[in-house]
Design a protein around this ligand. Structure first.
Ligand SMILES: Nc1ncnc2c1ncn2[C@@H]1O[C@H](COP(=O)(O)OP(=O)(O)OP(=O)(O)O)[C@@H](O)[C@H]1O
Ligand SMILES: [Mg+2]
Length: 284
């Protein structure tokens, strides 16, 4: 097909040889199938800021500071330079997240860089070459749903251990190939430690996935993975290989209070004994 305007610089630079077809035009981006040498890849062209929707919302931007203060001041001032910086930060956020997650052992499309606002990545396909379906178009057996849900919870844990919360995880942003789920669409990913909304976003992500897999395996609907994961994370006890149970005890907090009360009582008792010893010593 005729090379779309935004991909022309990539063809001129030789990173893309040919644009084969348009795959999808979403709210945030248009996705093309391209050829790079003898490899078929996927090119995601971001729409301009004005055409993008909720993912630009302030709660996603929190904690996403520019790498140097001059850039941050420009972003804050929303000058023309600032808008350009913000635009680049947004575009680079997805490729940065893909590299990070690939290293963390989460299945995502393999990234090949972001050039002039165009993300080049692996085209996720089935073994016979068909573009992978989105999870919402896949019919799952109960067993597959349970297995894939467990895999997905493992990815959420690895992501959080790498410092990220997806922020828009749902059956529409997961592809399914012959080996299971692959997570896509990460420009809005948030920094778990720096963003005050990280907990609620993680809960929404986990609950979206559980509700979807729960359609095929209803026993998932009573699990409490989100709370379990966040409690372990906050306590510093979450590791990439943590085995989850899906159970979470609301009484956890009360048990802690009991523990503190017991310690206070023990301290009072110790003090009473100390005073008693002093009194006995005085009397003798
Ligand atoms: N690496 C890939 N391999 C195969 N298909 C892909 C890949 N990346 C994206 N797609 C397809 O393109 C669609 C849009 O991609 P993506 O979700 O990243 O962009 P988006 O514009 O943010 O989408 P939306 O606004 O609809 O969520 C996906 O739903 C998927 O069908
Ligand atoms: Mg999407």
């Amino acid at each position: 097909m005729k090379t779309p305007k935004r991909i022309v610089p990539l063809v001129e630079d030789g990173v893309v040889d040919e644009v084969l077809r348009q795959l999808m035009s979403g709210k945030e981006a248009t996705v093309y199938v391209v050829r790079c040498g003898d490899e078929i890849r996927c090119a995601k062209v971001y729409k301009e800021a004005a055409k993008r929707s909720f993912k630009q919302a302030v709660e996603y931007q929190e904690g996403r500071r520019g790498r140097n203060s001059r850039r941050q001041r420009a972003m804050d001032k929303r000058s023309k330079y600032g808008r350009k910086q913000q635009e680049e930060a947004w575009q680079n956020a997805e490729v940065d997240a893909l590299y990070k997650l690939e290293r963390a052992g989460v299945r995502v499309p393999k990234p090949f860089g972001c050039f002039d606002g165009v993300l080049l990545m692996e085209l996720v396909t089935t073994d016979d070459g068909e573009v992978a379906a989105r999870l919402n178009d896949v019919v799952l057996t109960r067993e597959q749903a349970l297995e894939d849900h467990a895999v997905m919870m493992g990815y959420v844990v690895k992501m959080l251990c790498a410092g990220l919360v997806h922020g828009d995880l749902s059956e529409f942003n997961v592809l399914v190939d012959d080996y299971g789920p692959v997570i896509i669409d990460l420009p809005q990913a948030v920094d778990a430690a720096a963003n005050n909304h990280a907990k609620s976003m993680l809960e929404r992500d986990v609950n979206n996935m559980t509700a979807y897999y729960g359609l095929s395996a209803p026993e998932l609907l009573t699990t409490r993975f989100a709370e379990e994961i966040w409690a372990l994370y906050e306590a510093g006890d979450l590791h990439p290989e943590t085995e989850l149970t899906g159970q979470f005890d609301d009484d956890g907090g009360i048990a802690d209070v009991d523990g503190v009360l017991m310690e206070i009582q023990a301290a009072i008792k110790e003090e009473e004994e100390r005073l008693a010893r002093i009194n006995t010593a005085d009397e003798s």
